[in-house]
Design a protein around this ligand. Sequence first.
Ligand SMILES: *[C@@H]1O[C@H](CO)[C@@H](O)[C@H](O)[C@H]1NC(C)=O
Ligand SMILES: *[C@@H]1O[C@H](CO)[C@@H](O)[C@H](O)[C@H]1NC(C)=O
Ligand SMILES: *[C@@H]1O[C@H](CO)[C@@H](O)[C@H](O)[C@H]1NC(C)=O
Length: 350
Amino acid sequence: MTQRTWLLLPLVAFGVMCRMSIVSRGILRLDVDRYEGEPCPLKNDGTGVCRKSSQCRQSVRNGERHCEFEGNEPVICCAMPPNVTYEAFTRVVQQACNSARGIDSKFDFHVIGDTVAAQVGEFPFVGLLMYENEQIRCGTSIISERFLLTAAHCITNKTRPIAVLLGTNEATDGDADRYETARVFRHKGYNSLTKQNDIALIELKSPIRMNSHIQPICLHTDLIDLPTTTNMTVMGWGIDNSDKTSNFLLKGTVNPILRSVCQSRFDNTIRKIKLSTNQMCALGDQNINGRATDTCEGDSGGPLVINHSGKYHLVGITSFGFGCGSEYFAGIYTRVSSYLDWIIERVWQK
Ligand SMILES: *[C@@H]1O[C@H](CO)[C@@H](O)[C@H](O)[C@H]1NC(C)=O
Ligand SMILES: *[C@@H]1O[C@H](CO)[C@@H](O)[C@H](O)[C@H]1NC(C)=O
Ligand SMILES: *[C@@H]1O[C@H](CO)[C@@H](O)[C@H](O)[C@H]1NC(C)=O
């Protein structure tokens, strides 16, 4: 967690940006490219979701607006009603959510554009992964009695978490509950170059004893991207403003950045990052030094959450960034709702 400024803003990279696109006849074009999953304005009033045309035949016939191209297939503004199959499919996730505790009102405050220490029990779902090599630091979230969700890059052949620290806000808390890991499930599609599918599950040897400081978090199931005005909370024991990993859990408020905006900024850099709809971008307000609230090294695997009717829901998993705390480059998070089938299969359908 940090508000470090990005020092090497690539000034030369702001040259001509020419984005070619082929527009099908009869389909209106949106003013800006919107990516699959993003909300979009329907031809006649109302909000739709950008979806591949093959998944939205009705809207193709109606000549709805065009969002972007994905391969050869246009992505159009789709007026698809909620999908009954999908709701039945996510029922197990909703049921698990019933047992998750509501937000404790004694922690009922938020900070914008800054990070502050979280209180013990404020985020009862967050855990710190423990490795043999104490230099390695990653966060995680409790999603059931036996399973935690983290980033795939927090687990490699050489660096496997041996345990998880729960119910504390202090990385060096000797009295904290410690649970040993039994197995890890790293997403097979994880690619360390493209950063796609940066998600993993950790199974514990023994079930977690829940208490007021240790609770599972609900999973966010909505496939529609959150509005950019949404206040979300990030947290972690990663690198802070003093450039060292934090002993205390820090939290900050960030907002979603449109994937198209986020992508175009990465397009302006030397390093080519191609974001998919399985990822999301988020960044917080700038402080007086021009530093934006952001996650940083050591926060990986940790939660990005929203307050959804009084309960925290896990929306994202901290994945990567380009520097930390830049007002230009957002932090990138694995989009949890894109992986519900992968999660359900391993956690609840055994
Ligand atoms: C509903 O959603 C499920 C899961 O995403 C998908 O497999 C299915 O094709 C969808 N059904 C319709 C009618 O769109
Ligand atoms: C987000 O937080 C800010 C600052 O507390 C507040 O002004 C704003 O209304 C909040 N946005 C939403 C959508 O709740
Ligand atoms: C969470 O949302 C509920 C209403 O949905 C609100 O009453 C409560 O104050 C919020 N809590 C925090 C910590 O934002």
